[in-house]
Design a protein around this ligand. Structure first.
Ligand SMILES: Nc1ncnc2c1ncn2[C@@H]1O[C@H](COP(=O)(O)OP(=O)(O)OP(=O)(O)O)[C@@H](O)[C@H]1O
Length: 341
């Protein structure tokens, strides 16, 4: 991006803390990244790494007593952190929309999906019921829903998982959001439907000019969809960069370990994929130094007193690891590659 252009979303040093044991624990610590116009950025990490908390904090949706959100998140220059709830509500659905793994969380079971999308449109725009329905049917058609006028008259439980997911994306897009935050949108779907939904998300850049922040634990999903990737570990950024660079030359051992757990795209599948030994620490038991240290094959004394800072190590690539600074490359990797960043 040219230096003089403002990113669509500019997150700097985002911290999210909740009260615990008489103090505060950080669920998310100094997370920084940006999303440009019409860009798809992946936010990856194992379960519990802070992906959802990051997204929910951006949307002002963390509903937890005593939660503190610090740092800055500018959307088109407007500060989201500390924004009045009413202003944030107006932004949600209009400029920023969110979709989830389970579309049933977005739809009420007792109304047809068409009615619910109509209402969403009418909440933001003064349109007659008939005009709203025409827009709903058009959106469903754009999302590849067959026989959209009839499907609009169906209840959520009458649709397959893939169709429900398409309908939820249609609802999220009903007000032409500039940024779509998609939290594990394909996790519950079979591989074929997953590929179709990812294709749909890729197309949104062209059809709606929307950017997407795609949250997933699956590096395979990132490989197929995202131009840039952010890797979170235990609430902190481990690495970020162009997806193709991260796949070819991961700088953080955690990124490399995530990549090693992707099944190979071609050739025979190994009987068992390597899993990352051990578990990530919970926010309460995060060690003082690098949080990945206890699971890292390359850990050494310098990683232990304090977490390594996120440092630039190449064009657009940053890593919070001492190895690149030492000039110690990770061993070459055989399998994973980005297919369509
Ligand atoms: N309201 C809360 N209060 C206390 N801890 C929380 C709260 N919400 C999340 N956490 C903790 O914060 C950490 C990050 O959670 P988060 O849901 O963001 O992870 P995630 O990367 O999205 O994982 P998953 O892929 O399983 O959804 C977890 O340890 C979780 O238990």
């Amino acid at each position: 991006m040219p230096a003089d252009r403002m990113p669509l979303l500019d997150v700097r040093n985002l911290c999210v803390s909740v009260p615990a044991n008489g103090g505060m624990i950080r669920l998310v610590e100094n997370v920084s990244f940006c999303v440009d116009e019409a860009e798809i950025v992946g936010l990856v990490g194992e379960s519990g790494s802070g992906k959802s908390v990051t997204a929910m904090a951006l949307m002002g949706l963390i509903d937890s007593p005593g939660v503190q959100v610090r740092g800055s998140a500018r959307f088109r220059g407007q500060e989201l952190v500390g924004m009045a709830p009413r202003a944030l509500r107006a932004l949600r659905g209009r400029d920023i929309a969110m979709i989830f793994q389970d579309p049933m969380t977005a739809f009420t079971p007792v109304y047809t999906i068409g009615w619910q999308i109509d209402e969403q449109i009418r909440a933001h725009e003064r349109l007659s019921r008939r005009a709203a329905r025409a827009r709903t049917v058009q959106l469903l058609a754009e999302m590849g829903v067959p026989d959209p006028a009839r499907t609009a008259q169906r209840y959520p439980h009458q649709l397959s998982g893939g169709l429900r997911q398409r309908a939820m994306i249609a609802m999220a897009l009903s007000c032409n959001p500039t940024l779509l935050i998609a939290d594990e949108p394909t996790t519950a779907l079979d591989v074929t439907v997953q590929a179709q939904i990812l294709e749909l998300l890729r197309g949104l850049r062209h059809s709606h000019g929307s950017s997407v922040l795609l949250i997933t634990h699956d590096m395979g999903v990132v490989a197929q969809t995202c131009a840039r990737t952010l890797v979170l570990y235990s609430g902190r950024m481990a690495e970020s960069g162009p997806t193709s660079t991260l796949f070819a030359r991961p700088a953080h051992p955690y990124t490399a370990a995530l990549l090693d757990s992707i099944p190979p795209l071609d050739g025979p599948r190994p009987p068992r994929l390597p899993a990352i030994a051990g578990l990530p620490p919970t926010p309460r038991e995060r060690p003082a130094g690098c949080a990945f240290g206890p699971r890292c094959a390359h850990v050494h004394a310098t990683c232990l007193p304090a977490p390594p800072a996120l440092a630039s190590i190449g064009p657009g690539q940053q890593a919070a690891c001492v190895l690149p600074a030492e000039g110690t490359p990770l061993p070459p990797r055989a399998t994973a590659q980005a297919t369509r960043p």
